[in-house]
Design a protein around this ligand. Structure first.
Ligand code: SAM
Ligand code: SF4
Length: 325
């Protein structure tokens, strides 16, 4: 089992399959994806390499893999990637995080390929505001895709980054939506990255304030499985959906960390905000997942107790498109 020197166990791999994104979310890539943003951008892990990576992690006890990016649906071989991950012994669940722009066209095929769980990012339920935040007029398409995913029975989460100047006033609108829509709505606290310092200063909303509000209005925290992500989850008898709060600035956020990340170019990141990734591309290319597993096991011993976000240290992460959120 993969375990670090603080006794944390890692059941969950977040695997970026591309740095590239077609959206321009104002907190992430406000100027859109820039060629040259990462040196090896043209050369993401192939389907075979992804098989080797996931085989290595599975041999170390990983049970769940999330494909992320950039925008994973820009990969033409995404179905093959899902199939490959799903076919690895020991991997119980395959999830994807997407901006949803291809959802209505692709979700049936993704499910056939083995997708178990879907996360879609929707930062506003108002079409104009949605376009202002993302640069795209795609809210209706994405909502249709979510309806289809729910009709197919795919457990669906919706990610919304709360932004004081852009969508915070819509908080109640989001709540009304999940009164009737059975999705788990993740409010993600805006994280400061290398590229968004000024934006962060004017838009950060503390997740702890939202938590107090929920607890005052009848929402109750629910227990989650060991391969679950970092959200604290809440349910309310009057609502079809649930709420998850992702609060990276809360005191004990890192204590229960159960996930590792790999960049699209095969660098292992022990934390979203680590100083640098550990380049494992050569070992991955070698195709020997046992040898790769040994390198991963050794690297994990060096994982720090906590990120240093509260003191303004954002490590090598200039934006989350580089590594997946
Ligand atoms: N493009 C896909 C999407 O948007 O869902 C996947 C990659 S995106 C980096 C993954 C998640 O990270 C999204 O839900 C996004 O809203 C979130 N994210 C990006 N930058 C963030 C930041 N600075 N703080 C908090 N969440 C962020
Ligand atoms: Fe692209 Fe996702 Fe970043 Fe938006 S949050 S710019 S969709 S990577």
């Amino acid at each position: 089992m993969l375990q670090d020197s603080f006794g944390r166990r890692f059941y969950y791999l977040r695997l970026s399959v591309t740095d590239i994104c077609n959206f321009r979310c104002n907190y992430c890539l406000p100027d859109g994806y820039q060629c040259g943003q990462s040196s090896a951008r043209e050369n993401p892990l192939s389907v075979v390499e992804v098989g080797t990576v996931v085989g290595a992690f599975a041999s170390l006890g990983t049970e769940k893999v999330r494909l992320t990016g950039g925008e994973p649906s820009l990969r033409k071989d995404l179905e093959q990637l899902i199939e490959t991950v799903k076919s690895v012994d020991g991997i119980g669940r395959v999830a994807i995080t997407t901006n949803g722009y291809r959802l209505p066209m692709e979700i049936d095929a993704w499910q056939r390929a083995g997708l178990d769980q879907l996360n879609v990012s929707i930062d506003s339920l108002d079409p104009q505001q949605f376009r202002a935040i993302t640069g795209h007029d795609k809210l209706d398409t994405i909502l249709c895709g979510i309806d289809r995913a729910l009709a197919l029975g795919i457990p669906t989460k919706v990610n919304a980054v709360l932004l004081r100047e852009h969508n915070f006033a819509e908080f109640n609108h989001f709540l009304e939506w999940i009164r009737v829509t059975p999705v788990s709505l993740r409010f993600i606290e805006l994280m400061r990255t290398g590229d968004n310092r000024d934006f962060f200063a004017s838009n950060h909303v503390a997740g702890s304030d939202i938590e107090k509000l929920l607890l005052r209005t009848g929402w109750e925290q629910v227990v989650r499985p060991r391969d679950a992500g970092p959200a604290k989850e809440y349910a309310h008898p009057d609502y079809a959906g649930r709420i998850g709060l992702i609060m990276p600035y809360s005191k004990d956020f890192c204590v229960s960390c159960n996930r590792l990340r790999m960049s699209a170019q095969g660098a292992l990141h022990l934390c979203l905000f680590a100083e640098q990734g550990i380049d494992l591309r050569d070992a991955i290319g070698g195709g020997d997942h046992q040898a790769l597993a040994e390198q991963i096991r050794a690297a994990v011993c060096g994982k720090n107790a906590s990120h240093q976000l509260a003191s303004g240290f954002t490590g090598a992460t200039r934006n989350l498109a580089m590594l997946g959120g």
